[in-house]
Design a protein. Structure first.
Ligand SMILES: [Zn+2]
Length: 278
């Protein structure tokens, strides 16, 4: 939480259920509040709608907001000039999830689900008030078919998007996919190389919003964080080392390719898992 603590010097982030408020405290004690409620995703926009008829799974979206705040003032008396937010939407695709991330008017999609998932992803876009033309980046955590299955369709629908994946996986994914390396930044997200499940697996972290999109580097089941499934993982020694890497970072919320989001205490839960592996 180092980043949040740094930001909180001037910005108190108060999560009031689904309404997130960023409250800037000015030097004289004057309060300025910026409510995000006008931009909150509509929760019931897509729940339970079967849009993936090819797979027979229920597709739906659930919405959660994270708050990204940027300390843009140079002195404690300067009014903040910008409070930008990261908002995100989970696209539930039966056994796997994709995510739609919004920052201002720009969109990144993380993973694309199985073949036929584009209609459900579109619902995620709509819930954030976005369209396909707002999509600038499609980030693939890894090459498995339940994560890249709708890549072609998503790119066909997104005229402004570039697709990205970890270097070792990017070259194995059919289509025009650019390579990312550990330490890169994309869409304001830090790329964390988390190989093992696949050789080029990546996770992405927004350190200010405190959101980790873990892909399949870790999974959730019953409120617990688990390592990747050995049956489907390339190299468990590497995969366990990647869990340790994720345990070294700080984030409140972690979302998974498989399992439900953990919205509070995310990195604590990953640390607990890492301790069982060491
Ligand atoms: Zn996988």
């Amino acid at each position: 939480m180092a980043e949040l603590q740094r930001v909180n010097r001037r910005l108190f982030l108060s999560d009031m259920g689904r309404r997130t408020m960023a409250i800037a405290v000015l030097g004289s004690g004057v309060l300025a509040a910026c409510s995000s409620d006008g931009a909150i995703a509509v929760d019931d926009a897509a729940t339970g709608t079967d849009t993936t008829s090819t797979t027979g799974t229920d597709a739906g979206t659930t919405s959660t907001d994270s708050t990204t705040s940027t300390d843009t003032g140079s002195t404690d008396t300067a009014a903040p000039t910008e409070v930008s937010q990261l908002r995100w939407e989970r696209v539930e695709l039966g056994f796997v999830s994709a995510y739609v991330l919004a920052r201002g008017s720009e969109i990144a999609i993380v993973d694309t689900g199985v073949d036929g998932s584009a209609p459900a992803i579109q619902q995620g876009l709509e819930a954030l008030g976005a369209t396909w033309s707002d999509v600038n980046n499609v980030i693939l955590t890894h090459l498995h078919g339940d994560h890249v299955g709708s890549l072609g369709q998503v790119l066909d629908l997104s005229p402004n998007a570039t697709a990205w994946a970890g270097r070792a996986d990017a070259e194995e994914i059919s289509g025009d996919v650019e390579a990312l390396d550990d330490g890169d930044e994309i869409f304001g997200l830090q790329v964390i190389g988390t190989p093992g499940h696949t050789p080029g697996h990546i996770s992405v972290l927004d350190p200010v919003a405190g959101l980790l999109v873990a892909g399949d580097a870790i999974n959730e089941e019953g409120g617990m964080v688990l390592g990747p499934n050995p049956r489907f993982s390339n190299d468990m020694t590497q995969a366990n080392a990647s869990v340790q890497r994720l345990a070294e970072r700080a984030y409140e919320t972690v979302v998974f390719g498989h399992g439900n989001p953990i919205e509070t205490g995310g990195s604590d839960a990953v640390v607990a898992l890492a301790q069982t592996l060491s």
